[in-house]
Design a protein around this ligand. Structure first.
Ligand code: G3H
Ligand code: 13P
Ligand code: ZN
Length: 310
């Protein structure tokens, strides 16, 4: 099948109570690992690229690699999504290049400007058959190039969410309920505000909910990085059980980047530490790609419940 939007995937996820993983891609190995995992798990999947990923990999290369993945996985619904679109122009560039979904992240602006900007993107995207994710509320931590301090992080207000969705016509909404980007999400106990999620769902029952900053920061991968020369102390993410609860409680899309970065780094570090003479990139990128695939498959099968939902 050709690239799809997230519309049908989200309808199914809402009806059947599971979440779809949205995995950040930056290069060929990451794309191959994610799509191979989706094939083996028979799971729908969202590939997403941030504006910095697009700068790094270049949009033409990205789209051609995604097309290759689609041809190799004809039975798997695959969407290609812009993650944290910073402005109208970037969203337009991605839509024109064939992305099937874009995020416009107006959460750095005040409510009225977020509404205006999101509506502008929605109008253009919908005219081209592309769907739009928007964001309301602020996550703590580093959000693309924006650094939001923990005290500035703001949970999404459920009533504002209702007004926002009504005025913008966005197709899905990223909310802030306690997650944050990167490897340092919690100082103490990991906790999400499921009470706020429930209130939001009551206000916008037809709008798929998105969770950003949802990596587990898998302890085994952090340990592996540290064992082979890394220094990532005190890293902490959202445990699998909490993500599973989110998946069955009405979250339709769960974003994962940090866990993929850790898997790739751990795989490369191990080879280079154990075989200091190695200098063939295939020697260390192959195990790194395998580790990303294993990580993605675990999430699809054991955490998000999206396996066999293709
Ligand atoms: O939420 C942000 C993603 O982890 C992408 O990060 O802008 O460094 O590609 P990036
Ligand atoms: P993590 O940093 O938790 O992987 O979150 C990624 C994300 O939200 C991408 O938009
Ligand atoms: Zn994000």
């Amino acid at each position: 099948m050709p690239l799809v939007t997230t519309k049908e995937m989200f309808e199914k996820s809402k009806k059947e109570g599971f979440a779809i993983g949205a995995f950040n891609v930056n290069n060929m190995e990451i794309i191959q690992a994610i799509v191979d995992a989706a094939k083996e798990a028979n799971s729908p999947v969202i590939l997403q690229a941030s504006s910095s990923a697009i700068k790094y990999a270049r949009i033409n290369y990205l789209m051609k690699m995604v097309q290759a993945a689609v041809e190799e996985a004809p039975n798997i619904p695959i969407a290609i999504h812009l993650d944290h679109g910073p402005d109208f122009e970037t969203c337009k560039m991605c839509i024109d290049a064939g992305f099937t979904s874009v995020m416009i992240d107006g959460s750095k602006y005040d409510f009225e400007e977020n509404v205006r900007l999101t509506k502008q993107v929605v109008d253009y995207a919908h005219s081209k058959g592309v769907v739009v994710e928007a964001e309301l509320g602020k996550l703590a931590g580093i959000e693309d190039d924006v650094n939001v301090s923990e005290s500035d992080a703001m949970y999404t207000d459920p009533e504002q969410a209702r007004e926002f969705v009504e005025r913008t016509g966005c197709d899905s909404l990223a909310i802030a309920i306690g997650t944050s980007h990167g490897a340092y999400k919690f100082k103490g106990e990991a906790k999400l505000r499921f009470d706020i999620l429930k209130q939001i769902k009551e206000k916008i029952p037809n709008t798929p909910i998105v969770l950003h900053g949802a990596s587990t920061v898998i302890p085994e991968l952090v340990e592996m990085c540290n064992q082979y020369g890394g220094n990532i102390p005190g890293a902490k993410g959202v445990p699998d059980e909490i993500l599973h609860e989110a998946s069955v409680s009405g979250v339709s899309k769960i974003n994962v980047d940090t866990d993929l970065r850790l898997a790739m780094t751990a795989g490369i570090r191990k080879v280079l530490a154990e075989e200091p003479n190695a200098f063939d990139p295939r020697k260390y990128l192959t195990p790194a790609r395998d580790l990303i695939k294993k990580t993605v498959k675990h999430k699809m099968i054991d955490v998000f419940g999206s396996s066999n939902k293709a």
